[in-house]
Design a protein around this ligand. Structure first.
Ligand SMILES: C[S@@+](CC[C@H](N)C(=O)[O-])C[C@H]1O[C@@H](n2cnc3c(N)ncnc32)[C@H](O)[C@@H]1O
Length: 318
């Protein structure tokens, strides 16, 4: 039988009660005034609540339909800010030819939160295969789609060098390829949308505008923000058809500061995808990329943010 465990955090704070086998959202309870001293059991449980301590509860609830995480691991996976450092590894130099590659271990962590072993992951904007490498690391199957064969070749080389099982990586435009995949055959979508190429647009408007490193992998036509949103909606709608009912999608999207203003692309994209009626927004995770260098842009007169984070929209098939 499962036990309800109560953990005191400090004498002034409310305590947290949670089910030790299957951790649901913490329930605030009143602290019992008599218990000022922590028992040995409470101390040990408090320790498990500390951010960096390794999970100690190892039971996966039999009614866990989402993933293979224990209650303790589940709790860590729901943090709204991801500040874990991801090592520069897995043939990073090779993958960084792309310019928009994501750490495979970060992808693995996300996949682990939203799938069970053996389930299938889809990435309609594959790049050099961060999602596919992440899936292979933790025993999931994945299918990627990518417009540019250069990136697929690099992915294949990395897989070979890292001795990882090669996943299906299809060459083509997702807007067409997704319609050829079996409907409702995937358990999770993990993708990283191509950036809205504002720099290219600005360049055509103003020859003196500076080019950005972000355009390395994105040779698409000049697009207005609306056109970019239209395309993202089109691809995500087609991907929606490939996902099983009630399953999730996680979408990497970086906000931008360009032409003297902040573009909250994460909010625009979330709004557009919800308005399509196909997706319900469940979270906006912030990935704090600890490897990013700080830059000084506006000094000494203006505040311009040094972007060291990306957003990860969590959407559920509605
Ligand atoms: C941000 S990158 C993905 C990077 C990837 N997460 C990784 O780790 O390598 C987006 C990729 O989507 C590709 N792409 C853009 N539009 C596409 C489309 N309509 N169909 C398929 N791929 C597309 C681009 O060529 C680019 O490589």
């Amino acid at each position: 039988m499962r036990k309800l465990v109560q953990v005191s955090k400090s004498s002034n704070q409310e305590s947290l009660a949670f089910d030790s086998d299957f951790l649901e959202a913490p329930v605030a309870t009143k602290k019992t005034p008599a218990k000022n001293k922590k028992s040995a059991a409470t101390k040990s449980l408090s320790k498990t609540l500390k951010e960096d301590s390794p999970p100690v509860i190892k039971t996966v609830a039999p009614n866990n339909t989402l993933n293979d995480l224990t209650g303790s691991e589940w709790k860590f996976s729901t943090k709204s800010v991801i500040n874990k450092p991801y090592p520069v590894n897995m043939q990073h130099k090779l993958r960084s030819q792309h310019g928009g590659q994501k750490p495979p271990q970060l992808c693995a962590d996300l996949i682990q939160t939203f799938t069970k072993k053996g389930q299938k992951v889809l990435d309609p904007f594959g790049g050099v295969g961060g999602t596919l490498l992440g899936a292979a690391l933790i025993g999931r199957r994945a299918t990627g789609i990518e417009l540019d064969s250069r990136w697929i070749e690099i992915y294949k080389e990395v897989s070979k060098l890292e001795n990882l099982e090669e996943q299906d990586f299809l060459l083509g435009d997702s807007k067409q390829v997704l319609h050829q995949l079996e409907p409702k055959s995937f358990d999770f979508i993990l993708t990283d949308v191509p950036y809205w190429n504002i720099d290219k647009l600005a360049k055509t408007r103003n020859k003196t505008a500076k080019a950005s490193k972000l355009v390395t992998f994105n040779d698409s036509e000049d697009q207005t923000k609306e056109q970019w949103l239209d395309e993202m909606e089109q691809v995500m709608s087609a991907a929606h058809g490939c996902l099983r009912d009630g399953k999730y999608a996680a979408v990497f999207i970086g906000d931008m500061y360009r032409e003297s203003r902040y573009h909250m692309l994460s909010a625009s994209l979330a709004d557009r995808l919800e308005t399509s009626g196909k997706w319900v927004l469940k979270a906006n995770l912030i990935w704090y990329d600890v490897s990013k260098m700080l830059h000084v842009y506006g000094y000494p007169a203006a505040f311009v943010p040094s972007m060291i984070h990306q957003n990860i929209l969590i959407l559920k098939k509605g």
